[in-house]
Design a binder for this molecule. Structure first.
Ligand SMILES: [Zn+2]
Length: 322
């Protein structure tokens, strides 16, 4: 079998400039090589896995001899029933991956010269694929856990006399959510959305392998972790790192998510917070790999991800409910 495409020299040197110069046939071949990287770019049926196929070259389709289903290079992936040329999808990923603090759909729509809604759905599809990959991360070495609040901003009134105490529960919007993170000191990151940080205990128990060392702050709900893990606790009012206890890995993740919220998206709707948190976890975990490798990893994640239930036909559904 030929070399795995993602490990080849050709793959490592892919860049946005090169993607934009690809011919239609070259873009198609690149897509095929990434999608079927495990077989050296040789297609097989997405339904039954059979590799005995008829090729319908004129329409760039295949027909499975086993189950008779027809498929294209995007069938069964998150880009199924695409409207954009393949080159534009590759370019979208190359641009999206460059945004260390995330990438705004409005900006992507200008870059690609497509409608905002096209860019919006495309970014969410990429994000969903990346989040699914992140959800498979295994936390089984020394890790830090922590929580931080996002959303539910209450704007202070103009006049001081009209201002309310925004810390009181009665004055909150009810939209505030906590992002909980479990992050290996040298490895992978998992995220979870909850109403309160205490809800994160169950998430940590179900995500972090028993017996590993877990760093947490002194909030009392984390006491429950002591039965299952070797814990190192740190009082944040004194330090972020002291006597070997340290939640800095969690803090740097929150800092990236905060910068994405404030600097790129300005507002993250509550129902999407989970997807954005996972996207930022993915970016943190890939921060030391080259840009070309990040691009390939993101493309491979997208092509390995099945059709999106949330985003397939999203705007058509919206139109029918308006
Ligand atoms: Zn088949």
């Amino acid at each position: 079998m030929s070399q795995h495409f993602l490990l080849s020299a050709k793959a490592r040197t892919l860049s946005l400039a090169k993607v934009m110069r690809l011919s239609d046939d070259e873009a198609f071949a690149t897509f095929r090589d990434i999608r079927w990287a495990d077989t050296g770019g040789e297609p097989y049926c997405p339904k039954c896995g059979c590799d005995d196929l008829y090729t319908i070259a004129t329409r760039k389709l295949w027909k499975c001899k086993g189950c008779a289903s027809q498929f294209s290079v995007t069938s069964g992936t998150i880009f199924a029933s695409r409207k954009l040329p393949i080159r534009d999808i590759l370019a979208a990923i190359a641009i999206f991956v460059n945004g260390a603090k995330g990438y705004a759909a409005l900006q992507l729509s200008r870059d690609l010269d497509v409608q905002y809604k096209t860019a919006f759905v495309l970014s969410h599809k990429i994000r969903e694929a990346v989040a699914a990959e992140q959800d498979r991360a295994v936390i089984d070495t020394e890790a830090a856990v922590d929580g931080a609040y996002f959303g539910g901003y209450v704007k202070p009134a103009n006049r001081k006399v009209d201002r309310i105490d925004r810390r009181l529960a009665m004055h909150r919007t009810g939209k505030r959510q906590v992002v909980i993170v479990a992050r290996e000191l040298n490895g992978e990151t998992r995220t979870h959305i909850a109403k309160s940080e205490a809800d994160g205990v169950a998430f940590v128990m179900s995500t972090v392998a028993p017996g590993v060392t877990v760093h947490a702050d002194e909030a009392s709900h984390w006491d429950a972790l002591e039965a299952r893990y070797l814990t190192k606790r740190i009082n944040h009012s004194e330090a972020y790192s002291l006597d070997g206890a340290c939640t800095n890995m969690a803090e740097s993740f929150f800092s990236r998510l905060r910068r994405a919220e404030i600097g790129t998206h300005h507002h993250i709707a509550g129902k999407y917070l989970s997807a954005y948190a996972a996207e930022m976890a993915w970016r943190e975990d890939h921060r030391r790999t080259s840009n070309g490798e990040q691009y390939l990893a993101m493309t491979a994640a997208a092509l390995a991800h099945p059709v999106s239930r949330q985003w397939k036909g999203y705007w058509q559904r919206c139109a029918s409910t308006i």
